[in-house]
Design a protein around this ligand. Structure first.
Ligand SMILES: Nc1nc2c(ncn2[C@@H]2O[C@H](COP(=O)(O)OP(=O)(O)OP(=O)(O)O)[C@@H](O)[C@H]2O)c(=O)[nH]1
Ligand SMILES: [Mg+2]
Length: 209
C-alpha cells in the first residue's frame, strides 16, 4: 500500500534549482550543453543575462525536474547574480584550470555573492577544462582546498566528457536529496512542479531575462 507521500510525488514532480556561476568563458554553458544535449561546441556563444534549461532525472528513486540556470559571467552582468541565486538549491562555482584569474575571482568575489544570497544549499566547485591539463595553471589541490574550506564538493570536469558532466549534476542532486529531502523537516525546501499541461518537460530552454 502507498503512503500519502508517494501519491503526492506521483501527481507532482519535485524540482531542484541549480545555478551555475563563475567568470566568462570558464565553460558554464558548455557543461550544461553536454549534460542536456550530449554535445560540445568549440564556439559556444557567450551567455547574455541568463538562460534556463531543464531535464527530468530519476534520482534516489524520485522523479526530479532539474532546472538549470546558466548565468552570464561577463562583468557587465554581475549585478544580476543575486537575483538568479535567489531560491537556489544547488550552486556550482565553475573555474577554468588554464585560467588563474577565473579561480582567484571565485575566492575573491563569487563565493561571497553566493553566501550572501543563498541558504541551505549544496555547493559544487567545478574545475573545468580538465582535458587541457597540459596548460593547467591552477593546481587541483588548491581547488580541492577551496571546496573543503567552503563545505563544497569538488569535481574535476571537462565539458567534452559526457560521463563526467552527468556525474557533476547527478551527484550534486543526490547529495541534496540525501541531505534535505530524506530529512523530514526539510522536505518543504524542494518545490513541487506541476507536470499537468506540460507535454515535454525534458530538455526545454527558455530565456529567463
Ligand atoms: N577544451 C575545453 N574547452 C571548453 C570546455 N568548456 C568550455 N570550453 C570552451 O570555452 C569557451 C567558453 O565556454 P562557455 O561555455 O561559453 O563559457 P561560459 O562560462 O558559459 O561563458 P559566459 O557565458 O560568458 O559566462 C567555448 O569556446 C567552449 O567551447 C572544456 O571543458 N574543455
Ligand atoms: Mg555561458
Amino acid at each position: 500500500m502507498m503512503d500519502s507521500t508517494s501519491i503526492e510525488e506521483k501527481k507532482d514532480m519535485l524540482s531542484l534549482k541549480i545555478v551555475l556561476v563563475g567568470c566568462s568563458s570558464v565553460g558554464k554553458s558548455a557543461l550544461i550543453n553536454q549534460y542536456i544535449n550530449n554535445k560540445f561546441l568549440e564556439n559556444q556563444i557567450l551567455t547574455i543575462g541568463c538562460d534556463k534549461f531543464s531535464k527530468v532525472e530519476k534520482i534516489k528513486n524520485l522523479d526530479i525536474k532539474i532546472n538549470l540556470w546558466d548565468t552570464a559571467g561577463q562583468e557587465r552582468f554581475r549585478s544580476l547574480s543575486p537575483m538568479f541565486l535567489k531560491g537556489s538549491n544547488i550552486v556550482i562555482l565553475v573555474y577554468d584550470i588554464t585560467n588563474q584569474f577565473s579561480f582567484d575571482e571565485l575566492q575573491k568575489y563569487w563565493i561571497n555573492v553566493v553566501k550572501q544570497n543563498t541558504q541551505d544549499i549544496i555547493l559544487g566547485i567545478a574545475a573545468n577544462k580538465s582535458d587541457l591539463y597540459e596548460e593547467e595553471k591552477v593546481d587541483e589541490e588548491k581547488g580541492r582546498k577551496f571546496a573543503q574550506e567552503n563545505n563544497g564538493f569538488f569535481y574535476s570536469t571537462s565539458a567534452k566528457n559526457y560521463i563526467v558532466t552527468q556525474q557533476l549534476f547527478i551527484n550534486l542532486a543526490e547529495n541534496y536529496i540525501e541531505k534535505y529531502y530524506k530529512n523530514e523537516k526539510n522536505k518543504s525546501k524542494l518545490s513541487f512542479y506541476k507536470i499537468k499541461n506540460n507535454n515535454n518537460p525534458k530538455q526545454q530552454k527558455k530565456r529567463c531575462c
